[in-house]
Ligand binder design. Structure first.
Ligand code: SF4
Length: 489
C-alpha cells in the first residue's frame, strides 16, 4: 500500500501521523497542598503527555503515591485522591510512552525505598544508553519493575557507594547518556536536574502567595506556573542540579567542563505550549517569526493563508503578516477526538467522516490557498488535508511547512517513526509534493529557523540547538541504537 493509493477516508484511520510529545514534570516544595498544586501544573502540561499521570508527595512522615492511566483530569478526578496525597512536597509526571509500553508499572514518578529512605523520580526525555546500563545492572542483581528507561536512575542511585542522596544522584546522572529533565523527591529535599546539553526544558518558579518564603516550583514549561499562580524565576541551566530543602535553593554544576546548550529546536516549532517562554523567548512569537521566514523563503501568490490547527496557527499568522495575504481559519479542528477513539464501523467509514479536521468552505471556495503546517512526518495527514481543502473548492493549494524536512528520527524523548517511515527521508521535496497532491510544497530552511530564533544561522562548528531530526547531527551518542545496528548486521 502506498501513500498515493490511499483515499482520504482510509487516511483518517491509519496510524498516527504526528510527532508525539514527550513528558511533563512538576516539583513542589512548600508547606501544604503539594498534590493540588502539582495536579494544576500537570494539567497545564497535558500537551506533553496524555497517556498516564502520577503524583508522589511527602508529608514529613511518609510518602504517598497515586498513579493512573489517562489524562490528569481523569486520574485525579476524585477529590478523595488528592486528599489521599497529603504533604507540602511533591513531584508529578505526565507520560507519553517513548519507551516501555503503557502499563501502570511504567507510570511515573517511580518510587523506591532506599537505605536513606524513600526516593521518587520523574523524567522527561530519553536515555540513549539505558539498555546497556540495564544489562549491567541486571547482571549485578538489580530487579527491574518496569520497562521504562527512567528506572535505571533508581537502580544507579540504589547501588551507588556514595553516602548521601545528592552524591548518589550525581553519581547516577554522570553514568547516563541522553536527554533528561528530572525532578526527584527525598524526605529532605526536592532535586531538579537537566542533562549537560539541556535538550528538554525545565524552569524554576516561586509561589508568591504562600507565606513561607521558601516555597518553590519546578516545571517543564512556564505555562505550568500560570496555572499555579507561581512567578517565573529562571530557566534551569543545562547540566545544572538544583537542590531545594529547608535552607532554601542551591545550585551545583557537576558537569562544569562539559556544558553548552543544545536545546531541542522542535520545542519551539511544535512541542511547547505557545504561551510558554523558553530561554527568554516566547514560543508564540518564535512561531510567528518562523512563519515570517517561511513567507520570505517560499513566497507564492495566493488569496488566503490557512493554518492546519492547532500548532500551525502562530506560524500562519506570521506568514500572513509578512506576505500581506489575509489569514483565515479555513480548517476547524475537533478537540473531542481522543487517542482511544473506537475505530468506526465500515458504514461510518464510508460516510467519509473527518474525525479531526473539517473545512470551512466559506473562506476556501474559489480561492488560491496557502496551507501552513508545522511539520510533515509520514505525509498521510498532509495528503488528507490537501484533498479536503480542494474538495471545499480551493482552486490552488500550496503547502508550506514551518520546519525543515524531517529526515531523521529523534532518540531524545520524542516519539518519531523509524527513519524509513519519514516521508522526507525517502522522497525529494518534488516527490513529496506530488504524493501529497499539493500545487507546490515549501519548507523553512534550517538557517531560516535559526534566524527566527534570533541566531545568525546554523553553524556546524557551534550549532545552538539540537536539530538532529532535520540535519542528522546527533549531539549525544546513540549508544543503544548503534549497538542494535551492530547486532543486526
Ligand atoms: S532530534 Fe529533533 S525532536 Fe529530537 S531533540 Fe533533537 S531537535 Fe528535538
Amino acid at each position: 500500500m502506498t501513500l498515493s493509493s490511499l483515499s482520504s477516508h482510509e487516511l483518517d484511520f491509519i496510524d498516527d501521523d504526528e510527532f508525539h510529545e514527550e513528558c511533563g514534570v512538576v516539583g513542589i516544595w512548600t508547606t501544604q497542598d503539594a498534590a493540588s498544586l502539582t495536579a494544576l501544573g500537570l494539567h497545564a502540561l497535558q500537551h506533553r503527555g496524555q497517556e498516564a499521570s502520577g503524583i508522589v508527595t511527602y508529608d514529613g512522615n511518609q510518602f504517598h503515591t497515586h498513579r493512573g492511566l489517562g489524562l490528569v483530569g481523569e486520574v485525579f478526578d476524585d477529590p478523595r485522591v488528592i486528599a489521599s496525597l497529603p504533604g507540602g512536597m511533591g513531584i508529578g509526571h505526565n507520560r507519553y510512552a517513548t519507551t516501555g509500553e503503557t502499563q501502570l508499572r511504567n507510570v511515573q514518578p517511580l518510587y523506591g525505598d532506599f537505605e536513606f529512605g524513600g526516593f521518587a523520580v520523574a523524567h522527561n526525555g530519553n536515555l540513549t544508553n539505558a539498555q546497556l546500563l540495564k544489562q549491567s545492572l541486571v547482571r549485578r542483581g538489580c530487579l527491574f519493575q518496569s520497562s521504562t528507561d527512567s528506572e535505571v536512575f533508581i537502580h544507579l542511585i540504589a547501588i551507588s557507594l556514595y553516602s548521601n542522596v545528592i552524591d548518589r544522584f550525581i553519581d547516577a546522572i554522570k553514568q547516563v547518556q541522553g536527554a533528561y529533565s528530572l525532578v526527584a523527591l527525598s524526605k529532605d529535599m526536592l532535586i531538579a536536574a537537566r542533562d549537560p546539553l539541556g535538550v528538554r526544558p525545565l524552569i524554576l518558579g516561586k509561589l508568591p502567595y504562600i507565606q513561607d518564603e521558601n516555597s518553590w516550583v519546578v516545571a517543564s514549561e512556564t505555562c505550568a506556573l500560570s496555572s499555579m499562580g507561581a512567578d517565573f524565576v529562571r530557566d534551569i541551566e543545562p547540566g545544572e542540579v538544583i537542590i531545594i530543602d529547608h535552607d532554601g535553593v542551591r545550585s551545583i554544576h557537576p558537569f562544569a567542563d562539559n556544558t553548552s546548550s543544545r536545546f531541542c529546536i522542535f520545542e519551539y516549532v511544535y512541542f511547547a505550549r505557545p504561551d510558554s517562554v523558553i530561554e527568554n523567548k516566547s514560543v508564540y512569537m518564535a512561531r510567528k517569526k518562523i512563519g515570517a521566514e517561511l513567507a520570505k523563503e517560499s513566497h507564492v501568490e495566493a488569496d488566503v493563508v490557512v493554518p492546519v490547527p492547532d500548532s500551525g496557527v502562530p506560524a500562519a499568522i506570521g506568514y500572513a503578516e509578512a506576505s500581506n495575504i489575509p489569514f483565515e481559519l479555513g480548517i476547524i479542528r475537533s478537540h473531542y477526538i481522543g487517542r482511544t477513539f473506537i475505530e468506526p464501523t465500515d458504514q461510518i467509514r464510508n460516510l467519509g467522516v473527518k474525525l479531526k479536521h473539517a473545512t470551512n468552505r466559506a473562506v476556501i471556495n474559489g480561492k488560491r490557498v496557502i496551507l501552513i503546517d508545522d511539520s510533515i512526518v509520514r505525509g498521510t495527514t498532509s495528503k488528507k488535508i490537501v484533498e479536503m481543502v480542494r474538495a471545499a473548492g480551493a482552486i490552488e493549494v500550496h503547502l508550506r511547512i514551518a520546519s525543515p524536512p524531517t529526515q531523521h528520527s529523534c532518540f531524545y524523548g520524542i516519539d518519531t517513526p523509524a527513519e524509513e517511515k519519514l516521508l522526507a527521508h525517502t522522497h525529494s521535496i518534488d516527490e513529496m509534493c506530488k504524493l501529497i497532491g499539493a500545487d507546490s510544497l515549501g519548507f523553512v530552511s534550517a538557517d531560516g529557523l535559526y534566524r527566527a530564533l534570533q541566531e545568525d544561522k546554523r553553524n556546524n562548528q557551534n550549532p545552538q540547538y539540537c536539530d538532529a531530526c532535520f540535519t542528522g547531527d546527533y549531539p549525544i551518542p546513540l549508544t543503544d541504537h548503534d549497538m542494535q545496528l551492530v547486532k543486526s548486521k
